[in-house]
Each structure stands twice: as structure tokens, then as C-alpha cells.
Design a protein around this ligand. Structure first.
Ligand code: SF4
Ligand code: SF4
Length: 157
């Protein structure tokens, strides 16, 4: 069973739900720029690929062969658990569905027109001024994402 089946059901390490950016090695910018992907420079001078990633179409990476090393190496906690046989594919998909539902709850609390990554970004950026319902939805979503996905492999950003 290919692990990519789970990732094609998820997409959350690319769509801005889990992270805001992918750090790049100095030699990775050229190929990504040639693909038309917008890059940004951090205050410390490092170049990053912002998320939601422009290479993502639906839940598929359109830059797969040229994707950065950080993307190649990254496996969330849930994908690791699946690889180790600690959870079945159906169980793992259920966890992804539950995470998507929590993200959608954030979108609803923000009265955002659609679910997905933008509400999480919006909610994080405005965290200190959110109404109580939206703040609670954000807290619950982040805790779920930490517990099942980021775990101890939290990537900066
Ligand atoms: S968050 Fe995990 S399961 Fe989801 S796409 Fe990324 S590696 Fe795959
Ligand atoms: S380059 Fe591909 S794998 Fe990396 S963040 Fe973008 S969509 Fe995801």
C-alpha cells in the first residue's frame, strides 16, 4: 500500500494547514523559480517557499520531481505511524478526515466562505483578536494537528 495514498487524501503539510513555509537550500531556488513558483526571503536572508504552496493542485504536488529537500524528507507523525504499521490506512484516513473537520470548524467560526488552508492562516494571524468561538475552534484544531501530525517533528514555520 503506497504511503502516497494517505498524502493524496490529506495535503495538509503543503496547503498551509500545518505550516506557513518550506525552508529552501541555496541551490533549490532556481528550479522552483523556473517552474513559476513564488519564493520569499526571510528576515535572516533564507529563501522559503510560502504555503499554501503554489505547486499544489487539489492535494497533488505538481513540482514533485523538483520538490525541495525539506519536502522530500518530511513525514508527519501520522504517516510515520502508517509506515510502521501502527495504524491502518483506513484509520489514518479517519484521522485526516477529523483534522479536515476541525479546520472547517475554524472556517465556519470565521464565517469564511470555504474550508481549507486560508482560514487557518487567517485565524493564526488574528489569534489575539478572534471572537471566543473562533479562538476555541483554532485552539482545538491546533491541538489536534500537534497531537496527530506535527508531534515531535514540528518543522519551523
Ligand atoms: S501531513 Fe502527513 S499525511 Fe498529510 S500530506 Fe503531509 S505527510 Fe502526508
Ligand atoms: S513543493 Fe510539493 S511537496 Fe513541497 S510544499 Fe509544495 S506541493 Fe508540497
Amino acid at each position: 500500500m503506497p504511503l502516497s495514498t494517505l498524502c493524496l487524501h490529506c495535503g495538509m503539510c503543503c496547503d498551509g494547514t500545518l505550516f506557513t513555509q518550506v525552508p529552501l537550500q541555496p541551490n533549490e531556488s532556481g528550479a522552483l523559480t523556473r517552474l513559476g513558483l513564488p519564493l520569499t526571503t526571510r528576515e535572516d536572508g533564507g529563501t522559503v517557499l510560502p504555503q499554501p504552496c503554489a505547486a499544489l493542485e487539489g492535494r497533488r504536488c505538481t513540482a514533485y520531481l523538483e520538490r525541495p529537500e525539506a519536502c522530500r524528507r518530511y513525514r508527519c507523525q501520522l504517516l510515520n505511524a502508517l509506515a510502521e504499521g501502527e495504524v491502518s490506512l483506513d484509520e489514518a484516513k479517519g484521522v485526516v478526515d477529523a483534522a479536515h473537520a476541525r479546520v472547517e470548524a475554524v472556517a465556519r467560526a470565521l464565517a469564511s466562505p470555504q474550508g481549507g488552508p486560508a482560514p487557518m492562516r487567517q485565524a493564526r494571524a488574528a489569534a489575539s483578536t478572534l471572537p471566543p468561538e473562533a479562538r476555541e475552534a483554532l485552539t482545538q484544531a491546533e491541538a489536534f494537528l500537534d497531537r496527530h501530525f506535527r508531534g515531535r517533528f514540528r518543522r519551523s514555520g
